[in-house]
Design a protein around this ligand. Structure first.
Ligand SMILES: Cc1cc2nc3c(=O)[nH]c(=O)nc-3n(C[C@H](O)[C@H](O)[C@H](O)COP(=O)(O)OP(=O)(O)OC[C@H]3O[C@@H](n4cnc5c(N)ncnc54)[C@H](O)[C@@H]3O)c2cc1C
Length: 558
């Protein structure tokens, strides 16, 4: 644990009692632990993974970064290389059945850094009392004060890889009637809007809670971050937790809460419900299976039966649409061998193609439903083609369904005897209305493209290559719901598996427990935008609510 040992050079931390034990130094966990320690609580932040950003001591990097303080995590343009594997940043396969980061920063250390503020309607329409837009306003401001959102990423002030952006703007703004907006200036406007993406970068490098909140917390003597610590389960009697069992450096230790202490699970939308289940908190059937396997006590009087633990797991259903135009010049950032001029531009001035992740534009719309609700759709355009469409004149449009979708699954434990948490098979498109809406949206924007077929490309403007421009709604619906390299792929935006008002109460406390909280993507309902910003608001707000429960002096009876 190179980070903490230096300052708090006690090896006896495992024998101490903690006011708050936060599980997972990810996107939300870091923020919660910072705010609780700031309020004077003696706070332990336990992280399964290891070092990530250069500032944490991370050293995983390509040779061209040797001699700098940067790790691969710091360079925004190395984002897509995470999908090539060969990294210690990802979760081991026995932790979650999904593509997730297990390292300081969690997924904020590997994601694209897209940082879109959710519209007020996401809180007002989909979250309960106490979590409406007016309730999260201050939390949002605290977040923006600590982690700003940037609209220019390259420090020379220029925009790079813009040929796809220009064609998309011609299509969506000039022909399809979308408004050209600055997303930061009007975050609530997500209906028929187009613009440049916003990111959470700091001075041309990856931002996120590790660069901001964690640095504040590490300066406090009542805070400790421990890496390489895998939490196995919470020890509790009918929901009143007294300690946590952790595997660290090959041994298993129990770490105690102080009287009136709190446990906060921030292990992510798949792992947090998994940890609750492995602690005897969850659906009866799952707890019965775990007890038969000897993994939780047989004595069911110590269980907390809560069928909503894991329920509602969401991920955006997505489709890649490959677009080509004669004017487009594709660009692929290279992990090992960047174009020397682009490498030097980044190293000398944090400018150029390596100063951002490669998304050059984004757009949103809502599809109205007969019952008065609306279904959100988002498009994000990248700088290169995908799969067999990787020619020099193509880019990839990633279309997601977002808020208001009816499809969701749940966190299930694997049936192979190892009980690893993962998504059920019914996360995407189980509600037929979702595919209808997304197909109708794609159809509608295709009408604003010049007529073309994949065999006879438009000479001026974009041609869709994998879904022909002249497809019917029905043909598009079939394409997007048929698994392929371009459709029904997991975006890994896991959320909503332990929702506020259902699985946890408005104080983020797991219903049926006394002092066990969940604060991470699990508690947030499906948002109109990529989840990171909303998850960080939930962490600010969650910390505020937890601190209020302490002030009101609720006693935990053991
Ligand atoms: C490839 C990829 C790209 C993405 N791009 C974007 C984007 O550009 N913009 C955006 O808004 N969203 C993006 N997302 C989604 C976004 O990053 C996540 O929604 C968000 O970071 C989730 O935050 P969290 O706090 O819930 O969990 P995480 O950030 O995942 O943190 C969970 C932490 O808990 C730790 N942990 C888990 N189990 C244990 C255990 N048993 N003991 C101890 N520690 C444990 C993990 O190691 C991890 O550090 C992306 C996600 C992925 C995977």
């Amino acid at each position: 644990a190179p980070l903490c040992v230096k300052r708090q050079n006690s090896t006896a931390w495992t024998a101490q009692e903690w006011d708050a034990i936060v599980v997972g130094a990810g996107t939300a966990g870091i923020i919660v632990a910072d705010r609780l320690s700031e309020a004077g609580k003696k706070t332990l932040l336990l992280e399964l993974g290891g070092l990530s950003y250069g500032i944490t001591g991370g050293t995983e990097k390509p040779a061209w970064l040797n001699g700098t303080s940067l790790s691969r995590v710091d360079v925004p343009g190395l984002y897509k290389s995470i999908f090539n594997g060969g990294t210690d940043l990802l979760c081991p396969s026995d932790v979650v059945n999904a593509f997730q980061a297990c390292t300081i920063g969690g997924n904020s250390a590997i994601n694209a850094g897209l940082y879109f503020q959710p519209p007020a309607s996401d809180w007002d329409n989909y979250h309960p009392e106490g979590w409406k837009s007016a309730d999260v306003k201050d939390a949002t401001q605290r977040l923006l004060d600590t982690q700003p959102s940037v609209t220019t990423y390259s420090l020379d002030g220029k925009y790079y890889m813009q040929t796809g952006y220009e064609e998309a703007k011609k299509w969506l703004v000039d022909a399809a009637g979308f408004s050209d907006v600055s997303f930061n200036e009007e975050p609530d406007n997500k209906d028929k809007v187009f613009g440049r993406p916003v990111y959470n970068y700091i001075n041309g490098q990856r931002g996120g809670p590790t660069r901001t909140y964690l640095q504040n917390a590490l300066a406090r003597s009542n805070f400790r971050l421990q890496t390489g610590a895998r939490v196995r389960h919470i020890n509790h009697v009918r929901g009143a937790a007294s300690s946590i069992t952790v595997e660290i450096e090959g041994s298993t230790v129990e770490i105690a809460l102080s009287p009136n202490g709190r446990i906060v699970l921030s292990a992510g939308a798949i792992a947090s419900p998994g940890l609750l289940m492995h602690s005897g908190i969850g659906p009866l059937e799952t707890l019965t299976d775990l007890s038969k396997a000897g993994l939780i006590p047989n004595n069911s009087s110590s269980w907390v039966v809560n069928s909503l633990v894991g329920e509602g797991l969401f991920d955006n259903p997505n489709t890649f649409i490959e677009l080509s135009a004669p004017t487009i010049e594709s660009y692929v950032q290279d992990y090992n061998n960047p174009i020397p001029a682009d490498r030097d531009l980044y190293l000398s001035t944090r400018s150029g193609p390596y100063a951002f992740a490669s998304q050059t534009s984004a757009f949103w719309a809502y599809m109205p439903n007969p019952d008065g609700t609306k279904t959100g759709v988002q498009g994000t355009i990248d700088s290169s083609g995908h799969g067999e469409y990787g020619n020099n004149h193509s880019v990839t449009l990633n279309v997601y369904g977002t808020s208001g979708l009816g499809s969701a699954g749940r966190v299930v434990l694997s049936q192979d005897g190892s009980f690893i948490p993962g998504p059920s098979s019914d996360v995407y498109y189980t509600d037929p209305r979702d595919a209808e809406n997304i197909a109708a949206f794609i159809y509608s924007i295709f009408q604003a493209l010049p007529p073309s077929t994949p065999e006879s490309l438009a000479t001026d403007g974009l041609t869709p290559l994998n879904i022909p421009q002249n497809s019917t709604v029905e043909e598009i619906r079939t394409y997007i719901t048929t698994p392929s390299e371009y459709a029904v792929g997991a975006v890994q935006h896991w959320s909503s598996s332990c929702r506020i008002g259902k699985c946890v109460d408005a104080d983020t406390k797991v219903i049926g427990t006394e002092n066990i909280h969940v604060v991470d993507a699990s508690i947030v309902s499906p948002l109109t935008v990529n989840p990171q910003f909303g998850v960080m608001i939930a962490a600010e707000k969650g910390a505020e609510r937890i601190l209020e429960t302490w002030k009101s002096g609720v006693e935990i009876s053991l």
